[in-house]
Write a protein that binds this ligand. Structure first.
Ligand code: 5GP
Ligand code: ZN
Length: 120
């Protein structure tokens, strides 16, 4: 691990969820990633996928393979949630204009209804 890598960010809500300090339905997980339901779902299926290791946002990613693995994980979770056939949206909000409100990298998986475009 490089000196700049952070494993846990103090006070980070998603780090606490990853560590099991805040209980959530652990929809799927492996050594690196965790999927759990969004607390304020915007669609019938709204799952968040996070790296267990703290990364603040897309801008701080150093291992770009992580982004691929998060998407591959989302595809599996979509199958598990029964929305693979009907389709879904995956997205990562970043920065102020992207309206990223939790500063721990997360991918949204949304499905179970037709998504609107353009997004608000
Ligand atoms: P952002 O706007 O940063 O892309 O999305 C953050 C998401 O995290 C929001 O959709 C919000 O509802 C969700 N969220 C915030 N706090 C919690 C929490 O404590 N538990 C869960 N499960 N989701 C949360
Ligand atoms: Zn964190």
């Amino acid at each position: 691990m490089r000196a700049t890598d952070q494993r846990v960010s103090e006070g980070c809500i998603f780090c606490k969820i990853a560590a099991g300090k805040i209980p959530v339905e652990r929809i799927a997980e492996n050594e690196e990633l965790l999927a759990f339901p969004d607390i304020d779902p915007q669609a019938p299926v709204h799952v968040l996928i996070i790296p267990k290791k703290h990364v603040t946002s897309l801008k701080e990613v150093s291992d770009w393979g992580l982004i691929g693995r998060m998407h591959q994980f989302a595809v599996k979770v979509a199958e598990q949630k029964g929305i693979a056939q009907s389709g879904y949206r995956v997205l990562i909000n970043t920065g102020l204009n992207g309206v990223q409100t939790v500063l721990h990298l997360h991918l949204h998986l949304l499905g179970g209804r037709v998504m609107r475009w353009p997004p608000g």
